[in-house]
Design a protein around this ligand. Structure first.
Ligand SMILES: [Zn+2]
Length: 117
């Protein structure tokens, strides 16, 4: 589950880890004080991004990530909650179409709308 999202997050995580190291290494080597402060400030920014990505991956790992989609009819945000039941149906709060959660052929959560007659 979430294999595409996990792959993207892991790529981003690797990018952020490299950025943290580069800003740290250059920040500690550079002699110009203003440039050094700027690079070390960038390092703090990237460290924040790194923590956010790690937090998101941890939520996936521990089933604490909300499963959400956009309504196939109107585009409104639909939230099924953490670790939802497959087959669960919710009604879009905007257009009132019933939306069902299922697992697609890739083993990922997906939704289908019941537009009715
Ligand atoms: Zn809708």
């Amino acid at each position: 589950m979430f294999k595409h999202i996990k792959a993207l997050l892991k790529d981003d995580l690797e990018f952020e880890r490299r950025a943290v190291k580069i800003y740290k290494d250059y920040g500690l080597e550079i002699e110009d004080e203003d440039t050094r402060k700027m690079l070390l400030s960038f390092r703090k920014d990237e460290t924040g991004h790194l923590r956010a990505l790690e937090n998101k991956l941890e939520k996936i790992r521990t089933d604490k990530l909300n499963v959400g989609f956009y309504c196939p009819r109107c585009g409104w945000v639909l939230v099924f909650g953490c670790n939802p039941k497959v087959g669960q149906i919710i009604k879009c709060p905007a257009c009132h179409v019933e939306i069902q959660l299922f697992i697609n052929d890739d083993g990922e959560y997906a939704v289908k709308a019941h537009f009715g007659a």
